[in-house]
Design a protein around this ligand. Structure first.
Ligand code: ADP
Ligand code: MG
Length: 588
């Protein structure tokens, strides 16, 4: 059996075993804390490790879960099983509000905003009379199930670790799913994901809320475990510590959360006893050791402790179980010869520079149109104006008769315009198959919840079947289970084409697909383009390689210094003295 599955089963089996073994209570308490911390760190793996969004504010969400159950059970006499959901609702609402305000911020602003959020909630908790100010709330009851008191010991251990393992498993399911692949694409910038029709902002908000909910569950448990809540457990210092635990354990890995929480909790206890003895005076010296440890980990093991384990684990090959899956629905395609793309006098100015100067051309269904010109002529800018990555200064683009100038690239892609990138954009640690499946994102609909509950298998099989079909269509059938990051440049570019084809496009836009390819790879690319052409695909090709362009294209558009030099068939263009002059710098 797969080593990962064996490990998970061993962990599940260990929980009841630990509960019945004659371990000292001290260790059970330690394991309880580790379980609680791990829950919050699990959220950070999703948010920071996978999604690339750093938050110092998770402790505040733990606080919301803890204070909600404390207040409602103490003052209203509600059942803690009900207050869990009230806490989750409060957490979701506050995370949504904080998320909507902060997640459009880029760079350092988001971490700073989460610090502000953590601080303000801390002072709010500490100053509200109803929440007992800095003394907090006392006398919270421990949890009970059907009259059986779970207490603070072994019963609590089993409950906490059962929840932890369930949520970790759900998170693993999520990461290996349609929404999970979208989430994993967030870290490498938003351009590629948006070009696949993915709303990156929506997914950022989603993982922010999910991470907060994980923390809230931990807070709910913590309140009934400690039977008291006060602000100190939910302040900025704890927020930093959660992040610290996750980074040390391995912020990119689900099990890194558990390893990090375990290691830091155990070290913390040992050092608090050991260091004052060594130094001779009391004080929080462990903080210094942690600081040094964090620097060392970041320098020598930036991916955390779990990354060492991950390297040793075999990469299980995905079992191909989708052969009999139903095909995904396809969009209606334009009839051969129908006008697909109508570019009308589009213009782009960067300050005083007119990068694209009133360019017009058309593409009919089944045509391959080449956009050529010397370096700096404005080809990429034109490409980005058409795909919605840049906004036009003026002009209009119509796609299948519809004006699309006002739409963001995400919406344009959903209408059936698929693209590749001049510099390959992919998720290197996903397989080729998974990367290509990302292209079919908008053809599926199963969301985060069904992925966590594994209720998405049917759709996943359809997506993978489509991804495999597109890879085989362009002769990449042998690469399905290869890690994308290990591919040479040629196969990487072909993979991008397969990913674009997965979106079932009516128009394919390729930005310099031959750039950086070796001779043989170029020939393979030429074959793929010829084949797509024979299948009736409409293509806009931005390309430097004149041999390729002249062989493949039906129509060429030549740009120079942002303006349209001329357009026509490859033969006409080759004989045009203006074009020769533009390329050779001479009239001859
Ligand atoms: P090509 O793809 O044909 O080589 P580009 O479209 O990349 O040309 O660039 C056209 C011109 O616009 C160049 O002079 C380039 O320096 C300028 N340019 C491109 N992008 C920007 C930008 N974001 N800001 C300012 N100038 C730009
Ligand atoms: Mg370019």
């Amino acid at each position: 059996m797969d080593l990962r599955k064996t490990g998970l089963l061993a962990l599940i089996a260990a929980v009841p075993l630990v509960a019945v073994l004659p371990l000292p209570d001290f260790w059970i308490t330690q394991l309880n804390y580790i379980g609680l911390y791990s829950l919050t760190c699990l959220g950070l793996v999703l948010l920071t490790g996978v999604g690339g969004l750093t938050s110092f504010g998770q402790a505040a969400f733990v606080g919301i879960g803890a204070y909600t159950t404390a207040w409602f059970t103490l003052n209203m006499g509600l059942s803690p099983w009900l207050t869990l959901f009230i806490g989750l609702a409060f957490t979701a609402v506050s995370a949504l509000i904080v998320g909507f305000i902060t997640l459009r911020m880029s760079g350092h602003y988001l971490p700073l905003a989460t610090i502000a959020w953590g601080l303000s909630l801390y002072y709010l908790m500490g100053n509200l009379d109803a929440l007992g100010k800095y003394d907090g709330l006392l006398g919270i009851k421990s949890l009970s199930i059907a009259g059986y008191d779970i207490g603070q010991g072994r019963g609590f251990f089993v409950l906490t670790w059962a929840i932890l393992i369930a949520l970790a498993t759900a998170l693993l399911h999520l990461l290996d799913s349609r929404p999970g692949r979208a989430i994993r694409s967030l870290k490498s910038g938003t351009q590629m994901a948006e070009a696949m029709g993915i709303s990156t902002f929506r997914y950022k908000v989603t993982i922010f809320v999910l991470a907060a909910l994980f923390a809230s569950v931990a807070g709910w448990l913590l309140a009934h475990f400690q039977r008291t809540v006060n602000p100190s457990a939910f302040g900025l210092k704890m927020g930093i510590e959660y992040l610290f635990m996750t980074v040390v354990g391995g912020v990119g890995y689900v099990w890194g959360a558990v390893v990090g929480a375990g290691l830091i909790k155990l070290m913390d206890d040992q050092l608090q006893v050991l260091l004052p003895k060594l130094i001779g005076t009391s004080g929080s010296y462990e903080v210094i050791v942690f600081g040094v440890a964090l620097v060392l980990v970041l320098k020598y093991l930036p991916d955390g402790l779990w990354s060492m384990v991950e390297k040793k684990l075999p990469r299980g090959q995905r079992a191909v179980d989708w052969n009999d899956a139903a095909a995904l629905p396809e969009r209606g395609k334009p009839a051969h010869g129908e006008l697909v793309l109508d570019v009308g006098k589009i213009r782009k100015q960067f300050g005083g520079l007119v990068a694209v100067n009133d360019i017009s051309f058309q593409i009919n269904a089944g045509q391959i149109v080449g956009l050529i010109g010397p370096n700096g002529a404005g080809k990429s800018t034109t490409f980005n104006l058409i795909t919605g990555v840049l906004t036009k200064t003026s002009g209009e683009v119509r796609f299948r008769g519809e004006a699309i100038s006002h739409l963001p690239s995400r919406e344009i892609s959903r209408k059936g315009m698929a693209r590749t990138f001049q510099h390959v954009k992919m998720i290197p640690d996903m397989t080729v198959l998974e990367n290509v499946a990302l292209g079919a994102h908008t053809r599926g609909s199963k969301g985060v919840l069904s992925a966590m509950l594994s209720a998405n298998r049917g759709e996943e099989r359809r997506l993978f079947k489509e991804a495999q079909r597109q890879l085989e269509r362009i002769g990449m059938g042998e690469y399905l289970h290869e890690q994308a990051g290990n591919l040479a440049m040629g196969p990487q570019r072909l993979m991008e084409i397969a990913r674009a084809l997965c979106a079932d496009p009516a128009l394919l836009l390729l930005d310099e697909p031959a750039a950086g390819l070796r001779h043989k790879e170029k020939l393979a690319l030429g074959d793929v383009l010829r084949q797509l052409k024979s299948e009736g695909m409409s293509i806009l090709l931005v390309e430097h390689d004149m041999d390729l362009v002249m062989q493949i294209c039906d129509h060429l558009v030549v740009m120079e210094f942002g303006t349209l030099l001329t357009q026509g068939t490859p033969q006409q263009i080759q004989q045009d003295p203006k074009v020769r002059a533009a390329y050779l710098g001479t009239e001859h």
